[in-house]
Design a protein around this ligand. Structure first.
Ligand code: ADP
Ligand code: MG
Length: 489
């Protein structure tokens, strides 16, 4: 019994003879060759018109961005033509189309040309024989894989030029509003790089999300805001320092089954064991497009006030553990009461973010929040920055009432010397009150994940998107604040 013969991938080369027509060469040689190079039917066009020229083949895969020059043009002759006599033709096509490579063939000879700034350079000649023996080299230049890699590099360097230009424009433009829009919309690779080297010097920002009124949407805001920052490429750590562990469970970690029973460490170990480092307690979670790191909490934290108080320099335990971290943002989510754990959080923080509802009681509580803050600042080396007040559960329907609440917030802040410059973040950042926002933490994932699951209707996914937009606007505000802070240093 003989084994079935492996099909010869080059057998198509034998399908022509010296009397074949140009159309034969196209059909029997060029099209099979393109397929061997990895292109499918949608990746090329035949008889493609550019100005008044007709190109035999124009190869430009759909994945390549529309505003990029084509990768390859092919000019086909019949075998009774010497291809070198037709170099002028392919030269003209390459110049007109701005394509990167040209291939000139009569079915027996294959000439590859490279368009170097409109100077057309012949770079390789193949025959049917050498195509078979050196196909790797042929494919290295002309395959779809190379084409896509080439375009990717082109795209990236072009992006840099665009971004640099936009940034320069933003800086020179005399209209603050336009400049701000440009600046806040290009979170470029360039600026991200500058930022990340600055972060190394400056260690990112540690933020306590703080409000001593419970149920204002603090934990929900913390997790989704963190997700938005990660969506913008920031490395984010969340520290759950509330015994309720809502942040931990809201991100799909069960403090008992996922942490304790797996012999992993949580916030209580980080605070109480001198030898436990931050890295020992970090739990990494990944969803479709978001990655967050979390120090989980545990209900046992609620009975540890005494142990915490007895620690040496107890207010600074967390501050010390967070030294030398390499996150862009760290968010600490403390309990609503004002106790030991809150002092520890504030002592470790560079800034605080105050979430509030536009409702009388939470707004009145702001005054108390600010008082507490002043007490902590009295013992801190660097005063805490009040980053701003963020609206967490916004009911658009009661606009008059919302207006009154905003006035009240402004009045409270202006009364207080240290906060009279504090901002209420703009309305584009106000998180709407929506069922979907409350639902995702129950499922154990950030709002971004709603899009990728079958747990919700399209309507719900749309409202998730509405809320995400606000979280992203808030994230942009924080990115700007952290950049300005870098500049101040
Ligand atoms: N934007 C929102 N829309 C609807 N419900 C929300 C929103 N934000 C939070 N909630 C719900 O409000 C309740 C309190 O939120 P939570 O984030 O736990 O507040 P806190 O941490 O301040 O106690 C939770 O049931 C939560 O699901
Ligand atoms: Mg909470």
């Amino acid at each position: 019994m003989s084994l079935p013969q492996k099909p010869n991938p080059f057998s198509f080369l034998n399908s022509i003879n010296s009397h074949s027509s140009e159309a034969d060469i196209e059909k029997k040689i060029v099209i099979p060759l393109l397929s061997l190079l990895g292109y499918n039917n949608q990746d090329w066009q035949s008889q493609s018109g550019i100005e008044n020229l007709k190109l035999d083949f124009l190869v430009n895969p759909k994945q390549v961005l529309f505003n990029h020059p084509p990768y390859l043009v092919i000019e086909v002759k019949s075998p009774n033509n010497k291809i070198n006599n037709h170099r002028w033709q392919i030269n003209r096509y390459l110049t007109k189309s701005q394509a990167v490579f040209g291939l000139l063939t009569n079915g027996y000879h294959f000439k590859i040309l490279y368009n170097f700034h409109d100077k057309i350079i012949p770079i390789a000649d193949f025959t049917q024989e050498t195509i078979k023996t050196n196909f790797k080299d042929f494919a290295k230049i002309l395959s779809k894989k190379t084409c896509l890699a080439f375009n990717n590099v082109l795209y990236k360097s072009q992006r840099k030029v665009y971004d640099q230009l936009s940034l320069t424009l933003a800086k020179t433009i005399n209209n603050a509003q336009i400049a701000e829009v440009i600046q806040s919309n290009i979170i470029t690779q360039e600026t991200a790089q500058i930022k990340s080297t600055k972060v190394k010097e400056n260690q990112g920002m540690i933020i306590t999300v703080f409000n001593n009124k419970g149920g204002v949407g603090k934990t929900t805001m913390t997790m989704n805001l963190a997700a938005s920052l990660n969506y913008f490429g920031k490395k984010v750590l969340l520290i759950d320092i509330d015994a309720q562990a809502n942040l931990t469970t809201g991100l799909g970690i069960d403090p008992l089954n996922d942490v304790e029973l797996q012999n992993k460490k949580d916030i209580t170990h980080l605070l109480l064991e001198r030898k436990t480092t931050l890295a020992d307690t970090i739990y990494q979670k990944r969803w479709k497009n978001i990655e967050l790191h979390i120090v989980p909490s545990h209900i046992r934290l609620s009975s540890m006030e005494n142990e915490l108080i007895q620690l040496m320099d107890s207010d600074r335990v967390l501050l010390k553990k967070l030294k030398n971290h390499d996150y862009d943002f760290i968010f600490i989510d403390p309990p609503p009461s004002f106790g030991k754990v809150n002092r520890i959080s504030l002592m470790a923080s560079d800034g605080i973010l105050i979430p509030t509802q536009l409702a009388p009681y939470p707004v009145r509580a702001l005054e108390y929040v600010l008082q507490q803050l002043n007490l902590v600042n009295d013992i801190k080396d660097h005063p805490i920055d009040i980053l701003g007040i963020a609206v967490s559960m916004y009911d658009q329907r009661s606009s008059n009432f919302n207006g009154e609440m905003v006035e009240e917030i402004r009045r409270i802040m202006e009364k207080n010397i240290e906060t009279n410059k504090t901002q209420l973040f703009p309305e584009t950042t106000w998180i709407p009150q929506l069922n979907i926002v409350a639902k995702t933490p129950e499922k154990g994932y950030p709002l971004y994940e709603a899009e990728f699951t079958n747990d919700y209707s399209n309507k719900e996914k749309e409202s998730a998107q509405r809320a995400i937009e606000c979280y992203e606007n808030l994230a942009k505000e924080l990115i700007l604040l952290s950049q300005n802070r870098d500049i101040d240093f």
